[in-house]
Unconditional design. Structure first.
Length: 63
């Protein structure tokens, strides 16, 4: 892996993260307001699950 791969991956994360607020800003805002009401432990577990899914997907793709 080189720096170009890492920067390409980070660029894709930014593009994907920006899709929902661009397509549906009102829905995104409502979702974020609901997320703010979640307990921190739940948000942490969602983040952990997302990281594990990302690592598994990367392993399948790059394996």
């Amino acid at each position: 892996m080189n720096w170009n791969d890492l920067l390409a991956a980070l660029s894709l994360v930014l593009v994907i993260e920006g899709l929902l607020p661009f397509i549906n800003p009102k829905g995104y805002k409502n979702t974020m307001m609901q997320m703010a009401a979640f307990p921190e432990k739940s948000i942490r577990m969602i983040g952990f699950g997302s990281m594990i899914a990302g690592v598994l997907f990367l392993y399948l793709v790059r394996g």
